[in-house]
Design a protein around this ligand. Structure first.
Ligand code: GH3
Ligand code: MG
Ligand code: MG
Ligand code: MG
Ligand code: MG
Length: 305
């Protein structure tokens, strides 16, 4: 494909080669009941370095999708036994967003409403069969790009770049408001200014990354967000006793930690303010913050609830 269809100038080849390289890692699921067409589509994708798995109907595709969590692209026919493509896409979209999986619909039918039907069901794009090879490739690259951009945008909007933790925006948007009591904790690194003064900003950043990892590792089910410079907020949906126990575990773990930085180790402690109550999120955070202030007053490296 590369050599046959493109002028053999290096300038033209470079972006194509980059594109080929970029496709490594994408896994595609081809859903098509005709074995001949299915094989043809698979070969086209394999030529572009995508890993391909196949399904012969919508139901088989859903089963495969449930087992594999690394599918980036689905090529879906419509007329298939057991489950048609449009129904299958609707079901997929209940579970996977456009930033998880890109879907290209295909059909040989002469029903001109199919494009709209596919797009409404959640496909990113649609092509009538038989299609032009180059157009097929262009559309696939386009929807994969869109998918990756959407993912990137979501990360940029919701995650903290330094630590990878959720940011304040995500925290407020995703902490559920319920009638039940909620667990919230504010965590603040003690004398963090001194860390920066002694080891420089890079040393401080290393500490922030390490502390974030320790907190996140102990709370896999909670929402852990970086709120400010060296301040973290945790929302935990579970029993208070377990929450406090885990917070204490995190506090003692961090206090014993020697954080490697350049040719030395940095030691820090954290103070924690926790609250378990039914209130608005803002007031819960304020209560946790008040308790954090008390923890600082009581000498730091402690938890106040
Ligand atoms: P306390 O025990 O009372 O919390 O003392 P502290 O020094 O930790 O408190 P303070 O809030 O006054 O200082 C926080 C410092 O964190 C100030 C700021 O320079 C630093 N900081 C904020 N964001 C970052 C960051 O992203 N990287 C680094 N290295 N430092 C940061
Ligand atoms: Mg068919
Ligand atoms: Mg402070
Ligand atoms: Mg501090
Ligand atoms: Mg602070």
């Amino acid at each position: 494909y590369l050599l046959k269809d493109s002028p053999a100038s290096i300038a033209y080849l470079i972006p194509l080669l980059q594109r080929l390289k970029a496709n490594i890692g994408y896994k595609a699921l081809v859903v098509e009941d005709s074995p001949t067409i299915r094989r043809h589509i698979c070969q086209l994708l394999e030529k572009q370095n995508l890993t391909v798995i196949e399904a012969e109907d919508g139901e088989q595709a859903l089963t495969l999708l449930a087992k594999a969590d690394d599918i980036s692209l689905i090529i879906a026919d419509n007329d298939m036994p057991k489950k048609d493509g449009i129904t299958m896409i609707q079901e997929i979209r209940h579970q996977y967003n456009r930033d998880d999986i890109a879907i290209l619909g295909l059909s040989a039918s002469n029903d001109h409403t199919l494009t709209a039907q596919f797009l409404k069901a959640g496909a990113n794009d649609f092509l009538y069969k038989p299609f032009n090879q180059e157009e097929f490739y262009c559309r696939i690259h386009h929807i994969l790009n869109m998918k990756d951009n959407a993912k990137q945008l979501y990360k940029m909007a919701n995650q903290d770049t330094l630590t990878g933790l959720w940011n304040r925006r995500y925290f407020f948007a995703n902490t559920p408001t319920t009638k039940a009591k909620q667990n919230i904790a504010m965590v603040d690194i003690d004398h963090f200014k001194k860390v920066n003064d002694s080891y420089g900003h890079d040393g401080g950043d290393t500490v922030l990354v390490t502390i974030s990892k320790v907190i996140a590792a102990h709370f896999p089910e909670a929402i852990v967000a970086r709120f400010g410079g060296e301040e973290f907020c945790i929302y935990y949906n579970g029993p208070q006793r377990l929450f406090l126990q885990t917070l204490e575990l995190v506090r003692t773990r961090i206090a014993t930690l020697n954080i490697p930085y350049q040719d030395t180790y940095i030691k820090v402690t954290i103070s924690i303010g926790a609250v378990y109550a039914h209130n608005t999120l803002n007031l819960l955070i304020k209560q946790a913050d008040d308790n954090l202030y008390l923890a600082k007053q009581q000498g730091r490296n402690c938890l106040v609830q």
